[in-house]
Write a protein of this length. Structure first.
Length: 87
């Protein structure tokens, strides 16, 4: 019984904190873009090209900062889930 409880706890913690927030942004200007610009796969980014997902960080004045375009460079630490979703 104890083993099952530990497994359930581990699964619930992993589900909540394993993925950093992601937002679609222009990799050159860091301007926030609609998600459709990232999902379309229309190139590597840049002005006039498709966007890339930006992980973690915040949005201020329509630009992303404090995170990374490299998902593996962004970690979520601690217990529980914090932060806010981007739009």
């Amino acid at each position: 019984m104890l083993l099952g409880g530990v497994g359930l706890l581990a699964a619930s913690l992993a589900a909540c904190g394993s993925e950093p927030d992601k937002r679609c942004a222009d990799p050159v200007s860091r301007e926030l873009l609609p998600d459709s610009r990232c999902r379309s796969g229309s190139g590597s980014g840049g002005s006039g090209g498709g966007g890339k997902y930006y992980y973690g960080g915040t949005v201020s004045d329509g630009k992303v900062s404090g995170g990374s375009f490299d998902k593996s460079a962004v970690t979520r630490g601690g217990f529980g889930k914090s932060g806010s979703g981007g739009g």
